[in-house]
Design a protein around this ligand. Structure first.
Ligand code: NDP
Ligand code: GDR
Length: 378
């Protein structure tokens, strides 16, 4: 039985990957930061009381900023594979916490590599590094592939650039099986709520149910290559099963603006939104309602009216430096890994909208019944 150690287990990708590896028969260990709340909602369904026999899923307290903790953990677990998914992963937040982001996302990667080396595990332990399309930053060429030059545009991307190159360096210097997955944006129903796709699917559901007036966003013209996280975690695993370690771009090859993502999300509810105006003054307005579809998904159409402004721009969401256009060329992964995404953008939006509409209806139902929901701060 193979043993995997996942950092960032409580995050979107960590949760999907843990489930995937357990299904493959792995013993899975996860590194979890101490927090004042459990913060295990994404992995609760995988957890078993450690007193039960044959438990295959174990959580350990740890942090990528703590070398001794990582050394001790890796020594204890003796993993065959490490998936380094932990990171301060929010690009906008990295402008507010640049030093911490560099420490966790950049030096954190080095700490894991050094732990493997110090423990004499360079020939045993394979490592996957969560690299990112943010490395491409300021557009040099499209579509972006493994050979496109990097030009990072945020403290997050600069920290990840260090992570990328230290992986390459340790592979070359010490013969370690270490690879970078240069993953383009991937989303899901369990995506963090402050990333733009999830912010949109939650807001569209709330607006349609009459619980929120308007969605405030930043740059509507940014273009992203959005895939489904369930497809992307499979590529991570495939990268560690090859004869030799290599870096791979993982992407769908299709790019879409934030504006069009919003339209698609509202469309799932039978609501057509049109945009007009420029820059900070751009607005999204309801221009049509497919009443039959709206009723089918459980909306009260009295909550909605033509001409209602449902999207506004708030400059506070603009970034000091933006990444305008990402679209990936994953030909190498298609050919060498045999990887292929199962979800296209429409299937992703449908999945996320169905899930958020359900969650928000459930929340409302509980509130009406007098029960306090988990969203204390709403
Ligand atoms: P999330 O933000 O959902 O999860 C990040 C995880 O890292 C969480 O478990 C978080 O813990 C943990 N973490 C943060 N800081 C530390 C630290 N100092 N020590 C230990 N753990 C820490 O990210 P995703 O699942 O979306 O992404 C996974 C990885 O892939 C990240 O490295 C991200 O940068 C990268 N990536 C993501 C892409 C995407 O589109 N999703 C695309 C390309 C790369 P906690 O729950 O306590 O906050
Ligand atoms: P990104 O994802 O920065 O690409 O990083 P995010 O969803 O935050 O932004 C995508 C694009 O949407 C624009 N945008 C907004 N973004 C947010 N969060 N909130 C808004 O209100 C908003 N309005 C417009 C952004 O400016 C941007 O252009 C994600 C993370 O998962 C990284 O960890 C990962 O490395 C990259 O994807 C690939």
């Amino acid at each position: 039985m193979k043993i995997a150690l996942i950092t960032g287990i409580t995050g979107q990708d960590g949760a999907y990957l843990a489930e995937f590896l357990l299904k493959k028969g792995y013993e899975v260990h996860g590194v979890k930061r101490r927090s004042s709340l459990f913060n295990t909602e994404r992995i609760d369904h995988l957890y078993h009381d450690p007193h039960e026999p044959n438990v295959k899923f174990t959580l350990h307290y740890g942090d990528l900023t703590d070398s001794t903790n990582l050394i001790r953990l890796i020594q204890e677990v003796q993993p065959d594979e490490i998936y380094n998914l932990a990171a301060q992963s929010h690009v906008k937040v990295s402008f507010d916490t640049p030093e911490y982001t560099a420490n966790a996302d950049g030096i954190g990667t080095l700490r894991i590599l050094e732990a493997i080396r110090l423990l004499g595990l360079t020939k045993k332990t394979r490592i996957y590094q969560a690299s990112t399309s943010e490395l491409y930053g300021l557009v040099q060429a499209v579509p972006q592939s493994e050979t496109t030059p990097f030009y990072p545009r945020s403290p997050y991307a600069v920290a990840k650039m260090y992570g990328y190159w230290i992986i390459v360096n340790y592979r070359e210097a010490y013969g370690m099986y270490a690879c970078n997955g240069i993953l383009f944006n991937h989303e899901s129903p369990i995506r963090g709520e402050t990333f733009v796709t999830r912010k949109i699917t939650r807001a569209a559901s709330k607006i349609a149910l009459g619980l929120q007036d308007c969605l405030y966003v930043g740059n509507l013209s940014a273009q992203r290559d959005w895939g489904h996280a369930k497809d992307y975690i499979e590529a991570m695993w495939l990268m560690l099963q090859q004869d030799k370690p290599e870096d791979f771009v993982i992407a769908t090859g299709v790019t879409t603006t934030v504006r069009d993502f919003i339209k698609m999300a509202f469309n799932e509810l039978g609501i057509e939104v049109e945009f007009s105006g420029k820059d900070q003054y751009e607005r999204g307005v309801i221009i049509d309602i497919d009443e039959q579809k709206a009723i089918e998904v459980g909306l009260n159409i009295d909550n909605l009216r033509f001409g209602q402004t449902v999207v506004k721009v708030d400059a506070k969401y603009f970034r000091p430096t933006e990444v305008d256009l990402l679209v990936g060329d994953a030909t190498k992964a298609f050919e060498k890994l045999g990887w292929k995404p199962k979800y296209d953008l429409q299937a992703l939006v449908t999945d996320m909208m169905a899930s958020d509409l359900h969650l928000i209806k459930k929340d409302e139902y509980l509130k009406k019944g007098g029960f306090k929901t988990l969203n204390y701060f709403e």
